[in-house]
Design a protein around this ligand. Structure first.
Ligand code: GLA
Ligand code: ZN
Length: 702
């Protein structure tokens, strides 16, 4: 892990302030020079300093094969530069002109049912097509050559929201080649890992293998997993070609592509290795009837933290809406204050930008009613514009925060491949909810204002004192060893039911779960796992004489004698020698058997939570662990529900973001003896104050 206390250089050279901008589509307004001129004026009013240009502009750049019309882009770059803006220039591969699809149909994607697309929509090309790869490479190089010395060029926005898969014959061939390489060209090796002796599935040659299909093969879990891995590989390979094209000409210009949060189809940890800067598009459903805003804020914090951890350095919020979107079931307006709050939440978690989709609403087609800074009305006199302008002013005052980091002593492991395997398996119940489970463990810490890293199972664990790995069903090679080292050095590990059941190809471990080296750390073996109906009940009962004292005093005193409700899953485990049982089941044929265990391994401890509980248990449990593991809390104090505190720092500097995610006032009483000054108003922050609905206070420690 990179040492995180130093201040990182600004992501865009010559732009040492918070990047503020968004998707800008002058190519849709070329017949309206008056509007383009007005854009300049309005961008200045809103304190916008950056524009993402050309994202779907292929047709505007090459209207017919070999006919190029870059002049509008030249003018746009010049105009933005003259107006003091930087440009995040996109490669246009996210959408294709019709002439291309007609002449080179191999670029059209084939779906899993083997039906080939017609021309239409976007984000739907074949990632293998040699023609498209060549054509994109050429186009990217033309852009790079043309703008390499342009003052406005700040960064490359490679394509847009890569996603989906293609099952065309070219992709099938590429998949087989990928498998040949993975399994050393040995079909028996593949058969062994995919357990194809089952239902007569053994392959005689790689040529017999087809990607999963609804009317074909779906029940070989190793195949399903490898297909998903291949899709990530092939997409990343496509992206690398795009990057190579621009890097050959502009090696000094950073590249990013906009990721999609928890989108399951691509593993961002693989893609991140090829990107200079991480960026992502964030469209939460604020103000829904299904959850409280602060609960959603915690879920969004989780995703911001993944994006920060992909490189352990500041990332970019590439897209967000200043108000509503147009594709949710109910497209609610962001309430006054929410755009500033949600934007600052991204900054609080490590973003060095706030960017929108989109700058100006288009007149027609699919996104005409999607929120934008400039509405159809066209002036600065709208609620949304005014709030965006206010945010612009605030961001200007946050210049010193650029490049600072969020320092975590706790990590939650949320792993894409593990998610694939859990979604893939048959068994348990329909409430496996891996994602949600990880988010709830995270939430227990978020509610206590603890900075948390969210990482996958392959990451370095040094620097953490507490690692939480909920439902780590898949245990890849090397993971047990890393966890052994981590715990034995005096740190704390938390695992749950459904840990260490299968290897990286979804083959069950023999000899009792968890597999390979993890049993020794956790000090248990899990024999069975029971799935509960919603009407079923059980309890996690803490002993009233917990007898868990160590040098730091009595542990878990706050939980002693308590009973916590259990739902969904109860794993029946056997403690090994020296494993302490902290809680037992309250009911059923496994009543009295362990429900929470603690095992001392080397200098550290490993806890295994055998059953799924509610937030009460997680909250009490992590309160204890924070104290035991000496995990710092961002700003000690008492806060009304809905308030969260994040911290960014670097040597000698610390900034606190105190955020009220609820639509009502919230009381804050700070307990720490430090002097805080408002970054925005430069006034001293009192020890006790009231946050307005959706208010955020950014405070510097003096
Ligand atoms: C995505 C896309 C944008 C736009 C927005 C709408 O993030 O990248 O082009 O379609 O969604 O919310
Ligand atoms: Zn294809």
């Amino acid at each position: 892990m990179e040492k995180k206390m130093k201040k990182f250089a600004p992501i865009i050279k010559d732009q040492p302030y918070m990047i503020y901008g968004g998707d800008y589509n002058p190519d849709q307004w070329l017949d309206r020079p008056d509007i383009l001129k007005e854009d300049d004026r309005l961008m200045n009013l809103a304190k916008i300093n950056n524009a993402s240009v050309g994202i779907f502009a292929w047709k505007a750049l090459e209207p017919e094969e070999g006919v190029y019309t870059f002049e509008w882009l030249d003018e746009t770059m010049d105009r933005l530069a003259a107006n003091g803006k930087k440009v995040i220039l996109a490669t246009p591969s996210g959408a294709r002109p019709a002439w291309m699809d007609r002449k080179y149909p191999e670029v059209l994607r084939v779906n899993d049912g083997r039906v080939k697309n017609l021309h239409g929509e976007r984000h739907n090309h074949c990632y293998t097509s040699p023609y498209y790869r060549r054509k994109v490479f050429e186009m990217n190089q033309m852009l790079a050559k043309r703008y390499k010395d342009h003052k406005a060029l700040g960064m490359w926005h490679i394509s847009n929201e890569y996603g989906g898969d293609c099952h065309c014959p070219l992709c099938q061939q590429a998949f087989r080649d990928w498998l040949r390489k993975k399994y050393d060209n040995d079909i028996d090796k593949l058969n062994g890992q995919w357990w194809t002796g089952f239902w007569s599935k053994k392959y005689s040659s790689f040529d017999e293998i087809e990607s999963p299909a609804p009317q074909g093969e779906r029940c070989i879990h190793g195949l399903n997993l490898d297909w998903l891995r291949f899709v990530t590989y092939q997409t990343t390979d496509f992206m690398e070609q795009e990057i190579k094209a621009v890097k050959e000409i502009t090696p000094q210009i950073p590249v990013t592509t906009n990721l999609m949060g928890l989108y399951p189809g691509l593993n961002p940890w693989v893609m991140a290795k090829k990107m200079d800067v991480i960026s992502w598009d964030n469209y939460p459903r604020w103000h829904t009837m299904y959850s409280k805003n602060w609960e959603l804020a915690s879920d969004i914090g989780f995703v911001h933290d993944i994006n920060r951890c992909l490189k352990h350095k500041p990332f970019l919020l590439m897209e967000s809406t200043p108000s509503n979107v147009n594709w949710q079931q109910v497209n609610k307006l962001k309430r006054p204050g929410m755009n500033i709050l949600a934007s600052m939440q991204a900054v609080a978690h490590g973003s060095d930008s706030v960017q929108y989709f989109q700058w100006r609403k288009g007149r027609g087609a699919a996104e005409k009613f999607h929120g934008a800074v400039v509405d159809h009305e066209g002036s600065e006199n709208t609620r949304v514009f005014q709030e965006a302008a206010k945010l612009g002013e605030m961001l200007q005052k946050c210049k010193d925060i650029v490049g600072t980091c969020n320092q975590a002593k706790v990590a939650v492991i949320y792993d894409w491949e593990n998610r694939w395997a859990i979604d893939n398996m048959n068994g348990l119940s329909d409430r496996r909810n891996y994602e949600e489970t990880c988010r709830l463990h995270y939430r227990a810490l978020w509610q206590k204002n603890v900075t948390v890293d969210v990482i996958d199972m392959e990451q370095d664990l040094s620097g953490y004192s507490l690692v939480i790995a909920p439902m780590l069903y898949m245990q890849k090679p090397g993971v047990a060893k890393r966890l052994q080292d981590f715990v034995s050095k005096g740190n704390t590990l938390v695992t749950t039911y459904f840990t260490g059941y299968v290897n990286e190809n979804d083959l069950c471990f023999l000899g009792g779960f968890p597999g390979d080296g993890l049993k020794e750390v956790l000090g248990i073996w899990a024999e069975e796992i029971d799935s509960l109906y919603e009407a079923d009940s059980n309890q996690m009962c803490f002993s009233s004489c917990l007898n868990t004292e160590d040098s730091k005093g009595k542990l878990f005193a706050s939980m002693s004698g308590k009973k916590y409700a259990i739902k969904d899953y109860c794993e029946i485990v056997h403690p090994l020698e020296n494993t302490k049982v902290l809680a037992v089941y309250g009911e059923d044929f496994y009543e009295g058997t362990p429900a929470l265990t603690c095992h001392t391994y080397g200098e550290g401890k490993a806890y295994h939570i055998c059953a799924r509980t509610d937030m009460n248990m997680l909250s009490d449990f992590y309160q204890e662990l924070i104290a035991q593991c000496e995990v710092p809390v961002n700003l000690l104090g008492s806060y009304d529900e809905g308030v969260n505190v994040q911290k960014r720092e670097s040597d000698g500097e610390a900034y606190y973001f105190i955020m009220n995610f609820e639509g009502k006032e919230a009381k804050v009483t700070l307990e720490e003896d430090i002097q805080l000054v408002s970054v925005i108003h430069e006034t001293t922050i009192p020890k006790s104050f009231v946050l307005k609905p959706y208010e955020v206070i950014i405070a510097a420690q003096k």
